[in-house]
Design a protein around this ligand. Structure first.
Ligand code: IDP
Ligand code: MG
Length: 149
């Protein structure tokens, strides 16, 4: 059964030209891009997205950082998309992220760890609809070759 998850390429990764590398990792892992757009979110939009963390010491810095420039918001589909993207991203603290993960490869710190992804079916549904309208999400069949039309 296919499942959808939500991911973000954070502003430091967009600024550092890591969009292609991060998307390559997701696509190589057979995750299908079903929604994608660049957004420069307001502080209010970011604060609402991270509402579960409001009141934590890192919250103001997180809101500053995530609204500091454009982010790439993504809806990704795959058989086990939620767990697969969490595994590809790695642990929240890049210093603890396993070799081979995006956060291990690019760090740089807990507060600016280059990617986000949903942690449960409930958060995936909420987060996809928080950033995408229905007409920005797509269903299509993946093909193994560009010659296969
Ligand atoms: P996650 O992104 O791995 O799901 P969460 O605990 O949901 O991690 O935290 C959301 C984001 O808030 C993290 O990706 C990280 O950037 C930031 N964050 C979480 N805990 C800390 C912390 O203790 N210090 C600094 N930033 C943190
Ligand atoms: Mg989280």
């Amino acid at each position: 059964m296919s499942q959808r998850t939500f991911a973000i390429v954070k502003p430091n990764a967009v600024r550092s030209a890591l969009v292609g590398e991060i998307l390559r990792r997701y696509e190589t892992a057979r995750l299908k891009i079903v929604g994608a757009k660049l957004v420069h979110a307001s502080r209010e939009k970011v604060a609402g997205f991270y509402a579960e963390h409001e009141g934590r010491p890192f919250f103001p810095g997180l809101v500053d950082f995530m609204s500091s420039g454009p982010i790439l918001v993504l809806a990704l589909e795959g058989d086990n998309a939620i767990a697969d993207v969490r595994a590809l991203n790695g642990a929240t603290d890049p210093a603890k992220a396993a070799p081979g993960t995006i956060r291990h490869a690019f760090g740089p710190t807990m507060g600016s760890n280059v990617v986000h992804s949903s942690d449960s079916p409930e958060s995936a549904a909420r987060e996809i609809s928080y950033w995408f309208s229905a007409d920005e999400l797509f269903s299509y069949a993946q093909k193994s070759s560009v010659a296969d039309v």
